[in-house]
Design a protein around this ligand. Sequence first.
Ligand SMILES: [Zn+2]
Length: 108
Amino acid sequence: MKLTNNIGCMSKAEIENFADMVLRACGYDCTMRWTTAGNIMITPFIYIDEHNIDQYPYLTKYWVLHEIAHIDTWPEDDRHGEIFHSRLAELIEQFMGCKSFGEVKNNA
Ligand SMILES: [Zn+2]
């Protein structure tokens, strides 16, 4: 089933703009490219699968941020461990507006 933008799903251009915005805000030299073989980070690119086009923003943004989280955590954490998820949580807090993460971190 093809989802439609009237429920806020992300177009190809919106996904590209989101990835560019995050990469620039983080100061990374990486750029986003499309693939049909799954999401993966291979410097200097994050490859985002075309299956993400016209999907829900929470899911699509998660995968963009997931691949970006690999940039600073590879190769020391290439198995989705604690270092990777700590960085991913920072990116989600910063770019998806999850304030509860910040409250937990500030109280720690
Ligand atoms: Zn991964």
